[in-house]
Design a protein around this ligand. Structure first.
Ligand SMILES: [Zn+2]
Ligand SMILES: [Zn+2]
Length: 314
């Protein structure tokens, strides 16, 4: 299992031709998770072939318009498509009020349940869990309450070696016990240690989404073993003071956190339209600190699995 992240939008504040507003879809097995829902997100889903009806969980980082003004339209389209399956929304508490008022004013009656989960200013809070993964939230530093999200695959059980199965023909219960860590006892009472008859299922994959936020190196422990960190990079070095005043980060600051936390890859997003003619300065400044930094592109899919491919190992 791995995570695949399709970037629907990566512009800060206002959309540009190339970059629409903040929104991403994380795919994990058959599930789709929407992270932020800037204006136009549902059009981008059509363009990039994302099946919106498969989304069951939406994570909204904060209530600045560039991160959630696409939500009403998306929820309305799902209603018109006769959705009946519940939609879970993880967001700052006032969003519930906003949506209820909007649907009341527009006389929209949803035919599927909207289930709200208010985000709390608690570090590393578990907000979602299923059999294969978890999502934690943590408060970021911005001009209004804002949250980062950390998606982690659960450690899978060990794989049983084929040569062991061919030699000993274990029954179903024995296989189950071995996958759960048990040693194997042969008919003549010999104990074979679990590690000799199983192989690792690999390191669990992970993804972190931090936007919008001022830099805070104290986040570093929450990012341990993160494969891909998506971090806002609204400003360049020349505007470091402005970044701090506005509760944003520079590309270099994002790279400093990525380096300190030893993530595998840094994706720079929330790019200001002020860089429309030349965004490369942001990438250069980040790469001078953390070489595996990259400006995201709308429509591109980023796979955590690529970081584990032998071709990508450095
Ligand atoms: Zn923003
Ligand atoms: Zn913001």
């Amino acid at each position: 299992m791995s995570f695949s992240i399709t970037v629907l939008g990566s512009s800060a504040a206002v959309p540009t031709k190339k970059r629409w507003l903040s929104s991403q879809v994380l795919a994990c097995e058959q599930s789709l998770f929407l992270i932020d829902c800037g204006e136009g997100a549902q059009y981008r889903m059509q363009q990039f072939d994302i099946k919106r009806h498969r989304i069951q969980h939406i994570f909204i980082s904060h209530l600045h318009g560039d991160h959630f003004f696409g939500l009403v339209g998306l929820l309305n389209s799902l209603n018109l498509n006769q959705r009946e399956v519940s939609m879970h929304i993880y967001a700052p508490e006032p969003l519930k009020n906003y949506l209820e008022h909007t649907f009341l004013l527009s006389e929209t009656r949803l035919f599927y349940p909207l289930i709200f989960h208010d985000l709390q200013p608690i570090e590393n809070q578990l907000i979602f869990e299923n059999e294969s993964m978890t999502v934690h939230s943590l408060p970021l530093i911005h001009s209004i309450p804002t949250f980062g999200f950390i998606f982690r695959e659960k450690q899978k059980k060990r794989n049983i070696r084929h040569d062991f199965v061919e030699t000993f023909h274990p029954d179903f219960d024995t296989i189950k016990n071995i996958k759960n860590g048990a040693d194997f006892v042969t008919n003549d009472g010999k104990i074979i240690q679990n590690q000799l008859i199983t192989t690792s299922s690999g390191q669990p994959h992970s993804y972190a989404y931090f936007a919008d936020t001022q830099i805070n190196l104290n986040y570093q422990p929450f990012l341990s073993n993160i494969d891909i960190l998506y971090h806002e990079a609204t400003f360049s070095d020349a505007e470091t003071d402005l970044a701090e005043q506005r509760g944003h980060s520079t590309a270099r600051q994002a790279a400093t956190l990525a380096k300190a936390a030893h993530v595998k890859k840094l994706l720079l997003g929330h790019i200001s339209s002020r860089f429309i003619d030349d965004e490369s300065i942001l990438e250069q400044e980040a790469q001078s600190i953390f070489p595996d930094s990259e400006l995201v592109e709308d429509g591109r899919i980023y796979h955590t699995a690529n970081l584990y491919s032998p071709l990508n190992k450095k």
